[in-house]
Design a protein around this ligand. Structure first.
Ligand code: PEP
Ligand code: MN
Length: 293
């Protein structure tokens, strides 16, 4: 059977692209984002607002997520909005704000890039560039990201199969950039009570087929603030290497995705709960020591 080129011991119905495949590299890839390692035994939580809205909003939220235990800051400067009439992001001004709050907090920054022409600009400010769900099959963008020397957070397309997702990651690795993190963020199904259907089975599947780290986005995966903590805990339980969570210092005033953003207090509580789950699984979440006041 092994001599048959179509023999597939994983029985997943497709062949696993070679560069992302665990058959080519059995040990886990560890991605280094400005000194923070994703894919090692520590579970890394990325948190921050959906979009960078203003200096006050970003800085206050960044300080709060750092206190809560986030290790990397998120925040969109170029936003992929469903409506062209909605806030599109602050652009380079937003990138500058991200870079100045990194100076203060020491948190590395991840932010989305939507266009091949912006890769150089975004990569010059960010510690990791994000390719969003809507662009997972934008092949020129994947190639451009593969040519830049920054780690890439590649989110799963909302209609992508695991095969299509791994092929998209393969485009980036093919250009010589092996610093890629996969992110399950929910797929479209017939269900409408949640924003997307968070496919947690993708986590063990991707970890089995590929050596790349896998994280989960329970915010876009559910679209419901109250459900985010449950699904974040479940994600850690199924073996995710990290999470990306939307947090806003005043969720009710957010310009974008406030209904799925945690408040700073909710985030801090979640981190405490996640730490216990991580420890039960032989993994770690290191939380900052509470400041004595
Ligand atoms: C985001 O993380 O800011 C985002 C837009 O998510 P997604 O691409 O998964 O929809
Ligand atoms: Mn969002």
């Amino acid at each position: 059977m092994e001599t048959n080129p179509y023999y597939n011991p994983e029985n997943v119905g497709f062949s696993i692209p070679p560069r992302v495949s665990r058959k080519t590299q059995s040990n886990d890839t560890i991605v280094n984002i400005g000194g923070v390692q994703v894919g090692d035994s520590e579970i890394i939580v990325i948190a921050g607002p959906c979009a960078v809205e203003s200096q006050e909003q970003l800085f206050e939220t960044a300080r709060a997520v750092k206190t809560g235990g986030a290790r990397i800051l998120r925040g969109g400067a170029f936003k992929p909005r469903s409506s062209p009439y909605n806030f599109q992001g602050l652009g380079e001004e937003g990138l500058k704000l991200l870079s100045s709050i990194r100076e203060e907090t020491g948190l590395p920054v991840v932010t989305e890039v939507m266009d091949t022409r912006q890769v150089g600009l975004v990569a010059s400010y960010a510690d990791m560039i994000q390719i969003g769900s809507r662009n997972m099959q934008n092949y020129p963008l994947l190639k451009e990201a593969g040519m830049c020397r920054k780690p890439v957070l590649l989110k799963r397309g909302m209609m992508a199969t695991i095969e299509e997702y791994l092929l998209a990651a393969e485009y980036i690795l093919n250009q010589g950039n092996e610093q890629v993190i996969l992110c399950e963020r929910g797929i479209r199904t017939f269900e409408t009570s949640t924003r997307n259907t968070l496919d947690l089975s993708a986590v063990p599947m991707l970890k089995r087929l590929s050596h790349l780290p896998v994280i989960v986005d329970p915010s876009h995966g559910t679209g419901l603030r109250w459900m985010v903590p449950s699904m974040a805990k479940a994600a850690v339980a199924v073996g995710a290497d990290g999470l990306i969570i939307e947090v806003h210092y005043k969720p009710e005033e957010a310009i974008c995705d406030g209904y799925q953003s945690l408040s700073p207090n909710e985030f801090a509580q979640l981190m405490t709960d996640l730490k216990k789950i991580a420890q039960a699984l032989g993994r770690e979440i290191s939380l900052p020591k509470p400041s004595v006041s």
